[in-house]
Design a protein around this ligand. Structure first.
Ligand code: GTP
Ligand code: MG
Length: 226
């Protein structure tokens, strides 16, 4: 299916959502999503000439599952019960318009120091020096909240002036009142970080909750870049 050019929708104000954008976002994600490349060291970080959105977060937070849920694919990105599954930076092209980037998780205690050092270096190299990077979705497990290594990444992104937004994952695992408290406390943290988007998106890849909101954000980023 061919997609309408993204630029055919009004582009005056990206903060106000236009009613037709939700459908356009759905159509964007119904298009082909293909694996481009897995990168294990800095030398592999070539440019794809498209805007990028990266999915970052602690190990096992649900990054790969979230990419699969967003793109309606079961196994585009490899997921696992074992933390530390994603060991490369994996790049996927969505509709040849935007690149989705599945990062290895940080903070995986059981891996060897050497492995953690090399993954962290790769993630940090990528996050701070990528001109095509339009936004980082920083995934936070709704049961655990923001941990010190998440704050470290937030500070790095502030310093590198990389726009980022918090996505709460696995909300199927917590009660509604807990979710409300978690969102309130995370919003307070978000306000302290200059490069952090004020809106927190609550999601469950298992229940497909909140995915439309995240798709809309991706659509708006693709639209801005077109
Ligand atoms: P690394 O690549 O190791 O950093 O992990 P990751 O962040 O990519 O996590 P992954 O998507 O592999 O998921 C880790 C575990 O969490 C798997 O067992 C998933 O099934 C589970 N999981 C992911 N999303 C959800 C969710 O929305 N709800 C529930 N209940 N479990 C989830
Ligand atoms: Mg993963």
């Amino acid at each position: 299916m061919m997609m309408e050019p993204l630029s055919s929708v009004p582009s005056d104000d990206f903060d106000d959502n236009h009613p037709e954008w939700a459908e356009k976002a759905r159509v964007l994600f119904a298009q082909e999503c293909t694996f481009l490349r897995g990168v294990v060291d800095e030398s592999g970080l070539v440019s794809f000439g498209l805007p990028e959105i990266a999915f970052a977060g602690r190990s096992n937070v649900g990054k790969s599952s979230f990419i699969n849920a967003l793109t309606n694919r079961k196994s585009l990105a490899r997921t696992s019960n074992t933390p530390g599954r994603t060991k490369e930076i994996n790049f996927f092209s969505l509709a040849e318009k935007i690149v989705l980037v599945d990062l290895p998780g940080y903070g995986y205690a059981k891996a060897s120091h050497k492995a953690v050092d090399s993954w962290n270096r790769l993630i940090f190299d990528y996050l701070k020096g990528r001109p095509s990077l339009r936004r980082v979705f920083l995934l936070i497990d709704s049961r655990h909240g923001v941990k010190p290594n998440d704050e470290e990444v937030m500070t790095l992104l502030d310093k590198s002036a990389v726009n980022y937004q918090i996505i709460l994952t696995k909300i199927d695992k917590i009660k509604t009142h807990e979710l409300e408290q978690t969102i309130a406390s995370i919003q307070k943290i978000a306000h302290k970080h200059p490069a952090c988007h004020p809106q927190v998106i609550a999601t469950s890849s298992r229940d497909s909750h909140g995915l439309e909101n995240a798709r809309l954000e991706v659509f708006k980023i693709a639209l801005k870049a077109s």
